[in-house]
Every structure is written in C-alpha cells, then in structure tokens.
Design a protein around this ligand. Structure first.
Ligand code: HEM
Length: 420
C-alpha cells in the first residue's frame, strides 16, 4: 500500500512540475514575448516530432510565413529568417562573445575523439581547421583536378554502358551521383576510392552511412532529455555498437594505410601530414575528422546534384538553355576544364538558383527582383563555414557539364529497380 502511495505522490509531483514548466515557458520565460505557436513555446515536443518526421525545415518555413522573421520554435530556441542574422550569429562581433555551437547537436559522446565539426571550443576547432585548410585551397584544387576528371569520366562511361544497345535507357541517377561523390572524396581525402563506380554499387561503408545519418536525429532528440539519453545509450544493442565501431575502423584503416604511403599525391591527408609535426593532433581525432570529411564531402554534393538534375529534366526550356551553353562552349569533351567552367553564366545560375541572373534581378516585374543574395548562405559564414566549398562547386560544375555534354536527359515516369 505504501509503495502505491509513493508512486501516486511521485506521479502527482511530476504532473505538477510539468504544468509549472509549461506555464513558466509560455508566460514568464525570458523568450516569452517572442512570437511563435504556443505548443512549440511550451515544450520541446512539437520540435522533436517535426525533426523525427523529417519535416522540420518545411514546418519552420511555414511558421516563419505565419508569424514573421523572428520566431520561437522551442522554449529556449529562436530562429531568424533575416539576412542580417547570418553575420550577427556566425561572424564574431567586436565587444560581444562569439556564439558557440550547440552541445546537443554537435558534441561527441564522452570518451570519443573530437572532430572538426564537433569541436565546440574555438581554439580546438581552429587547430583542426588549420591542419585541413591547405588541402582545400584553390591551388590544392588545381593539383586535384585530374582526380576529379578521372571519376567524372568514369561516371560518364558507366552511364554509357547502361545506355548501350538501347535508344533511351531509364536510369535512376541518384545512386550514380552518390557513387561519384563518394569515390572522389575517398580518393581526394586519403587516396583510397570506395570503388562504387567501378563496382556499380554502394560500398558497405557508404550504405551504412545513410542509416547513421537518420539515427543521428534520434540521438539529438534524446539529448534534449538527459534521462532519456542515458536510458537510450544503455539500450543500444551490442551488435549495433559493433557496427558503429567497424564503421569507424574502416576509415581508421584507410587513414593508417595512407599515413604509411611513401608516394607523393595531392590528397587532403598529404597536406595534413606536412603540418602534423608543427601542429600535432591525436590519431583518434585525425581518424574521426576524416570520417566526418567523408560524410560532409559526399552526400551533400550528391543531394544538391540530385535536386538540380530533377529540376532540369522537369523544366525542359531551362535544360535546353544550359545544354546549348555547354555544347556551344566545348567542341570536345576533353575541353571541359574547371577554369573554363568557372564563368559559365547559366551553369552558375542553375547551381546558385537562377533568380540571381543579372537580367532577372534588374527586371522590376520579376518576383525575385527584390531578393537579397546575402540571405542565401548554403555554405554558412565565418570561421566554421564550409571548408570544402571550392571543391563542392568544382564537382557540381564538372559533373553537370560532362553529363549534359554527353547525354540527352528527360524525366521518366516509372523508376527502374534500385541499383543499390
Ligand atoms: C553542396 C555541397 C555542400 C554544402 C551545401 C555544404 C555545406 C556546409 C555547411 C552549411 C557547413 C557548416 C556546418 C556547421 O554549421 O558546422 C559545412 C561545413 C563543412 N563542410 Fe561542407 N558543404 C558541402 C560540401 C562539402 C565538401 C565537398 C566538403 C569536402 C570535404 C565539405 C567539407 C566541410 C567541412 C570540413 C566542414 C566543417 C568546417 C568547420 O567546421 O570548420 N563540404 N558545409
């Protein structure tokens, strides 16, 4: 009986505390005056629900349209849909403290090595970034260009194979774009391609990555509630832990092999090796950072390429303009170089969003004429902005140009079975 009474008392206490928190969050919290839906301001749960459904970005956009440019999307979180917010948040301001990354999203599990993305301490982050940065300069990219051509040419060859003997092949481009960007980052990162293009299938490491990225939203959601997080961590089956360790180990082995290479090659690790003596970094942090690099430098670019190709095939008039620009500029496929692609106006407009073409911006009847380009920062800004943006732009230009130079594309209504 007394056990039952204690449980009831505990339940009443919890309910009381919950009601108190909700009232406090909605009416008395320092952010209470900021606009936003009451349910989102009262508890973190609507945010988590939206995050786990994969609709957070769209939901937040809808909320901005309804409530304005500054809204509260959780008891302690505010989002901004204003160009000025980028420099305010990401560039350090004189006389004010820099905003640090959110621990919930970025911090590694206790005991695991830091990476360039997870290092929250600015000095620690700057140290890792200094080591990697020489591998991402425009000069480094020039040396890496032959490696890019090698894989994009292989992509074209593999797609040609798929078209052989038929007038119009139906191909799901998504895996092929991922194969290409994964192979490139494997080779450019640590001199060891994943051979996805060669084998026409995802390497087990890359296949596993997709489920890891999905699992990351669950981990982040649990982190908002430390008790839930600790229970979740205790419940992870040992088989899953082993999969995670193997995933890490495969990259660690590749890094280890590369560290013992005698050959001079222009990959990112070669630049790190040159600086290691002057700026030492524990091997665990090198491995983990290269694991992050492999993720940050592949799926991102492939996803953007997928979006671009999808829009293009569904807007044949725009596709035509771009094809004409590319085929007019290059007589032979071998003439396509990064230098020659850098200033192609329509290609760049397609990548950066076409609304930025000068004729569109200067047309007062265009719905985009008042748009501000500084509000679009896909690579972010400041000391933690994307280190691989030159490489990403180079890959995007080269892959689109070589595909459109070689093939005629149109949408298919029925997808072929998965190549995975
Ligand atoms: C279209 C493709 C890409 C997009 C849209 C993109 C976007 C971003 C963004 C928004 C960040 C900042 C994340 C944060 O707030 O911490 C970032 C960071 C980073 N990206 Fe990219 N990225 C792309 C491709 C690449 C490529 C190809 C690489 C090459 C390996 C790369 C390497 C990195 C690295 C190393 C960081 C961490 C920088 C730091 O924390 O100092 N990214 N990227």
């Amino acid at each position: 009986m007394s056990g039952q009474r204690t449980t009831t008392r505990y339940g009443t206490w919890c309910l009381g505390y919950l009601i108190y928190r909700v009232i406090y969050n909605v009416f008395f919290h320092p952010l209470a005056k900021i606009q936003g839906p009451i349910a989102w301001s009262a508890t973190r749960l609507p945010f988590i629900y939206s995050l786990l459904r994969g609709t957070l970005i769209h939901d937040v956009e809808k909320l901005h349209r309804k409530y304005g440019p500054v809204i509260r999307i959780a008891p302690d979180e505010v989002t901004f849909a204003q160009a000025e917010a980028y420099p305010d948040i990401f560039l350090s301001q004189k006389d004010s403290k820099a905003f640090l990354k959110d621990h919930v999203w970025w911090e590694t599990q206790p005991g695991l090595p830091d990476t360039i993305l997870s290092a929250i301490n600015p000095e620690k982050h700057a140290h890792i970034r200094r080591l990697l940065a020489p591998g991402f300069t425009t000069r480094a990219l020039r040396d890496q260009e032959p490696i890019l051509h090698q894989y994009v040419n292989l992509l074209v060859d593999r797609l040609r194979d798929c078209c052989r003997g038929t007038e119009a092949a139906q191909i799901d481009l998504v895996p092929w774009l991922n194969f290409t960007t994964f192979d490139i980052i494997g080779d450019l990162g640590f001199g060891d391609s994943f051979n996805c293009l060669q084998d026409s299938r995802y390497h087990p490491w890359t296949a596993l990555l997709f489920s890891t990225v999905k699992a990351a939203t669950w981990v982040a959601s649990a982190r908002y509630y430390p008790l839930v997080e600790s229970i979740l961590l205790k419940c992870i089956p040992s088989s899953l832990m082993k999969t995670q360790t193997d995933h890490y180990q495969r990259i660690a082995d590749k890094v280890d092999r590369r560290l013992n290479f005698e050959v001079e090659r222009p990959d990112v690790l070669s630049h790190v090796i040159k600086k290691l003596e002057e700026e030492p970094l524990p091997i665990g942090e090198i491995n983990s950072t290269f694991m992050i690099l492999t993720t940050a430098g592949s799926e991102t670019t492939a996803t953007l390429l997928t979006g671009i190709m999808n829009y293009l095939v569904n807007c044949p008039d725009k596709l035509n303009i771009l094809v004409n620009e590319i085929r007019h500029k290059f007589g032979r496929q071998g003439d396509i170089t990064l230098d020659a692609l850098r200033d192609l106006p329509y290609l760049n407009a397609v990548i950066n969003e076409e609304r930025w073409l000068s004729e569109v911006r200067s047309d007062p009847t265009s719905p985009f004429s008042k748009d501000r380009d500084e509000a679009v920062q896909p690579f972010s800004l400041g000391p933690r902005s994307c280190l691989g943006q030159n490489l990403a732009m180079a890959e995007l230009r080269l892959i689109i140009a070589k595909l459109l130079w070689t093939f005629d594309f149109e949408p298919v209504t029925e997808l072929p079975p998965n190549t995975d």
